[in-house]
Design a protein around this ligand. Structure first.
Ligand SMILES: O=C(O)CCC(=O)/C=C/C=C(\O)C(=O)O
Length: 289
């Protein structure tokens, strides 16, 4: 709840900023909530129609209530941010966008919570800007690269590709039913909101397909560089993740200097949403330590 006890909304917290960072010169959309001395940036995943608000709407208020400023960045090519075709590392591109955003709104150092692509991007940011990262929280992402156990691309990533190429409600339902462990939580309202978000930006959908054609490895394997990261890191994974398998979480916790891994049972690729209460308590405890 906000100060006047009304629920916090996407539109109340919606902001735009122009960033110039290296070869990036574009308008970014972000949500900005709370006014604490420490800021938590949350980075969303790469599915069609994803956004900071869609991924983290169950997390913003508890973090604000705990005294944090929360910034949700919509990555270039998603939601209300400007379109982009990514021909190199999209993790690096998002990391440059985050640096541009932090410079533009005067954030010196932040904690970063990254979901899937957001986790890959958080790691890319920490590698490029170690002095600007407090703690990291990575869910279902952190590095690209092969799984020794699960055939890749995984079934979830194949369904994302199919949805980008053919954005129908049927393909959306196919993808989202694999997203979570307990599909009874997926309402028609949720499907409709996500479909509207997707179809409102067909340029983003087309650009994602062009990007994947230009460079199928949008999220490179940075496993060999994980040891450079000294930020305390909490890795959270769904046991039933069918998009980015659990063994990638094991690679992270093995490679990073200071990382703990928690595996949630009965949980797919959206731990922060499917197990929001447990996730919020665990991450807030980690940040406060
Ligand atoms: O390809 C990868 O490694 C990342 C896949 C990814 O980011 C999927 C994320 C999906 C969501 O979180 C979403 O659509 O909300």
């Amino acid at each position: 709840m906000s100060i006047n006890n009304a629920p916090m909304t996407e539109s109340d917290t919606s902001r735009f900023v122009r960033i110039k960072e290296g070869d990036l010169d574009l308008q970014l959309h972000y949500n900005d909530a709370g006014s604490g001395a420490e800021t938590v940036v949350m980075l969303h995943g790469s599915g069609p129609g994803a956004s900071g608000w869609a991924n983290f709407n169950r997390n913003v208020e508890p973090f604000v209530a705990a005294g944090y400023r929360v910034v949700l960045m919509d990555c270039p090519g998603w939601s209300k941010s400007d379109p982009v075709v990514s021909t190199g590392s999209r993790s690096d591109l998002n990391a440059r966008a985050l640096k541009g955003l932090m410079d533009a709104i005067d954030l010196d150092k932040v904690h970063i919570v990254g979901n899937s692509m957001g986790g890959h991007s958080a790691v890319a940011f920490a590698l490029a800007n170690p002095e600007r990262v407090g703690k990291l929280v990575l869910m279902g992402g952190g590095t690209g690269g092969p799984s020794p156990f699960v055939p890749m691309p995984t079934e979830g990533i194949k369904l994302i590709g199919a949805l980008y190429r053919d954005p129908t409600i049927e393909n959306l339902k196919r993808m989202m039913n694999v997203f979570v462990y307990d599909t009874s939580n997926l309402t028609e309202e949720l499907f409709r909101a996500r479909l509207d978000n997707m179809l409102s930006r067909r340029d983003h959908l087309e650009n994602f397909v062009k990007s994947a054609e230009a460079n199928p490895k949008q999220f490179p394997d940075v496993g060999h560089r994980l040891g450079e990261i000294a930020s305390p890191t909490l890795v959270i994974w769904g046991r039933d993740d069918r998009f980015v398998p659990l063994d990638i979480g094991l690679r992270l916790v093995t490679g990073l200097q200071k990382a703990d891994l928690h595996v949630y049972s009965r949980c797919g690729h959206w731990a922060q949403w499917e197990h929001a209460d447990k996730f919020n308590r665990m991450v807030l405890d980690f940040l406060a330590r």
